[in-house]
Design a protein around this ligand. Structure first.
Ligand SMILES: O=C(O)CCCC[C@@H]1SC[C@@H]2NC(=O)N[C@@H]21
Length: 208
């Protein structure tokens, strides 16, 4: 195993070099920037936000581990009080509010999207990338977000599911946009994507 002054140990896996660290930071920043236009308030206390587009891109481009790490860093900064959520919100309180589950879901989403997009170490194709956005970027987020929202607001789960239907049109549009961006990048920079794939797989291989 090589050592480097510009790398950090990743728990349970290989090394996190300076480039990976920069990517993690850049995508956390992209998610923050997508919060700048603000959000749309809807019933239930969970806003419609562009930030999930950033979550989708993070998982697809960084892959499962770095993607999840990037979203974890983003959440840590939010917890520390940085106003990175749409509408300039931040602080530990958001993790006890109606959208807390969705926020944790963003970490899972980046991981699941990365897994599906990178599945089998094959070149990303449009259908699998779009499937990843649906499964990771919508279903995985809702799977945590809706039960937590229901528990926090004390609205029955069925009613909370109905409330969350308002997110579907926007999230589907974001899934399409994310797929177009990712496939455009794959076509423009195939070697960069191959390197991302290879490094993630090498890291996974190191773990077994
Ligand atoms: O800013 C927050 O407090 C978190 C917002 C969570 C928004 C959820 S994520 C899935 C769904 N899609 C949206 O546009 N909004 C919700």
């Amino acid at each position: 195993m090589t050592t480097s002054h510009t790398s950090l140990e990743q728990p349970g896996r290989g090394r996190l070099d300076a480039t990976s660290l920069a990517r993690v930071a850049i995508f956390a920043a992209i998610v923050a920037v997508l919060g700048l236009p603000g959000s749309f308030s809807v019933a239930g206390g969970v806003p419609i936000t562009f930030q999930t587009l950033g979550v989708m891109l993070t998982g697809a481009i960084l892959g499962p581990w770095l993607g999840a790490l990037s979203m974890t860093v983003f959440m840590a900064l939010v917890a520390l009080g940085l106003p990175l959520l749409a509408g300039g919100r931040g602080g530990i309180g958001v993790f006890f509010g109606p959208s807390a589950g969705y926020l944790f879901g963003w970490i899972l989403a980046a991981f699941v999207i990365g897994l599906i997009v990178h599945a089998g170490n094959r070149k990303p194709v449009t259908w699998r990338t779009f499937l990843a956005m649906i499964v990771g970027g919508i279903l995985a987020i809702y799977a945590i977000g809706i039960p937590v929202q229901s528990a926090v607001t004390r609205l029955p789960i069925g009613d909370t599911v109905l409330t969350s239907l308002v997110f579907i049109p926007g999230d589907l549009i974001k899934a399409v946009i994310a797929t177009i961006i990712v496939m455009t990048l794959v076509k423009a920079y195939p070697r960069a994507f191959r390197r991302t794939w290879a490094s993630q797989n090498a890291s996974v291989a190191e773990r077994v």
